[in-house]
Design a protein around this ligand. Sequence first.
Ligand SMILES: C=C(C)CCOP(=O)(O)OP(=O)(O)O
Ligand SMILES: [Mg+2]
Ligand SMILES: [Mn+2]
Length: 170
Amino acid sequence: MEDQLIVVNEKDEIVGYGEKMPIHKEGLLHRAFSIFVLNDKNELLLQQRALHKYHSAGLWANTCCSHPIKGEDQEITIHRRLQEEMGFDCHLEKIFDFIYKTEFGNGLTEYEFDHVYLGRYNNDPIPNPDEVASFKWIHIDDIKNDMNNNPDQYAYWTKFAIDKFLAKIK
Ligand SMILES: C=C(C)CCOP(=O)(O)OP(=O)(O)O
Ligand SMILES: [Mg+2]
Ligand SMILES: [Mn+2]
C-alpha cells in the first residue's frame, strides 16, 4: 500500500489519511516537516530540489522536507528522510510549527501544518539524486538578501518560514 499521509485540522489534530498525490491535488491540510541544518559557522544547508519533483522542482529549499506517515513514528520519519535525501543524520530538535498554503499552478497545492526541526552538522551532505539536484551552505546573515534578490529560486515555504527560523535561533 502507498504511504498514507496524515490529514489534520488547524490544531494539528488528525482528521484522516490519504495518499500523497490526491492530498496535494485536493489541497487538503496535512502534516509535514521541514528540517533546517546549521553548521558551526552559522551557515544554513540548502537543498536544490531535483528537477523531477512533483512541485517546486529545481528550487532552493531548507535542508530536508517531507511528510509524516501513518504507522511510522514522526521521530523515526524525520531522521529517515534526512538520511534518504541528504545522506546523513544528526540530532534534531523541534523549534516551532506553522501553517501555510500555496498553489503551484500545476494542479497541486501545498496546505501544510509544518513541524520545523533544527539540526547541527559540519560535513557536506551526500545528496540523493532522486530527490536533490544540488546543495549549498549560506550564512544566516546572507540568506534574506539572497532570497530578496532571487525570490523565484526559493521554495515558497522556505521563504515563508525564514523570519521565524532566524528569530528562533538568535
Ligand atoms: C513542502 C514541504 C515542507 C513538505 C513536503 O516536502 P517534499 O515535497 O520534499 O516531500 P517528499 O516528496 O520529500 O516526501
Ligand atoms: Mg523532500
Ligand atoms: Mn505536502
